[in-house]
Design a protein around this ligand. Structure first.
Ligand code: UDP
Length: 258
């Protein structure tokens, strides 16, 4: 295995990969059966890691970490370590994986199977139906909503269901950082799962409940602004953005002085 090239943004060790390379890492992990977690932090989460080193440790434990957000990509440029592929969004990685899964087979000839975990009741089922319309060859092992207690008996029951389903790929869409913590705490109890994908609100997007920002907003790096207009309650979380941005400049200037 080639050594991972990393880009350190304020203590979070991102992988220096393009979008296609990230997809390749996911399909390679499936082929080789090496348990792999994918986290896609945005600047809110990086800032949360700056404020909470134990969260940084959890995030850094993933086998693949890609920048999902223009704030992190800009920080890469500010710190003189630009990301080779710019933003590598989790939502898009999930979709790219569906396009590969239909044609991939395990050594015994059976298809790899997917489990959707997360979202309000009914969302995972709706997302599954929409994905099957577009990618009819994808094989689902099951799905469940994300409103269960994240420790104790309710989590144990979820783990039992996923294990019994025989899923190879587990989408864990509980919002960040809940999903990263949940995967970190429970992955060892899910030995049959090869890929753990911590993909936030992606199931809402696949189900068509939350619309992705128009392409022009994404191209201009203003997806965060579109989301804020649609979901104004996000303002409290988004206040971490300017804190992250100014903190990154301060960090750079301090580094230059020393
Ligand atoms: N969610 C969940 N369980 C919870 C809390 C949240 O399944 O206990 C889901 C919620 O329904 C939504 C997703 O997690 O689908 C969070 O979406 P958001 O866009 O806020 O994700 P983030 O920005 O954190 O990646």
């Amino acid at each position: 295995m080639t050594e991972r090239q990393r880009i350190n943004i304020r203590g979070v060790n991102f992988d220096a990969v393009t979008f296609d390379e990230a997809v390749g890492r996911l399909t390679d992990a499936l082929r080789t059966g090496v348990q792999t977690a994918l986290y896609t932090p945005n600047s809110e989460i990086v800032q949360a890691c700056v404020e909470d080193p134990s969260l940084a440790e959890i995030v850094n434990s993933a086998e693949l970490i890609t920048p999902d957000g223009i704030g992190v990509v800009k920080a890469g440029r500010i710190l003189g370590t630009p990301f080779p592929g710019g933003r590598v969004a989790g939502f898009d990685l999930g979709r790219a994986l569906f396009s590969k899964l239909g044609e991939m087979r395990k050594p015994d000839g059976t298809p790899y199977t997917v489990y959707f975990l997360g979202g309000k009741p009914g969302v995972a089922e709706a997302a599954q139906a929409k994905i099957l319309e577009e990618f009819p060859d994808v094989c689902f092992a099951g799905c469940g909503d994300g409103y269960f207690k994240k420790t104790g008996e309710e989590t144990e029951a979820v783990i039992r269901r996923v294990n019994e389903s025989g899923a190879d790929v587990l989408f864990v869409c509980l919002g960040a950082p809940t999903q990263e913590k949940w995967i970190w705490e429970n992955r060892a109890k899910l030995p049959g799962v090869t890929l753990f994908l911590g993909l936030g609100g992606s199931l809402d997007g696949y189900a068509g409940i939350v619309k992705r920002a128009p392409k022009i907003f994404i191209r201009l790096g203003l997806e965060w602004f579109y989301r804020l207009c649609k979901e104004p309650w996000r303002i409290k979380r988004m206040m971490k953005l300017p804190v992250f941005y100014f903190g990154t400049w301060k960090y750079k200037l301090t580094r230059m002085k020393n």
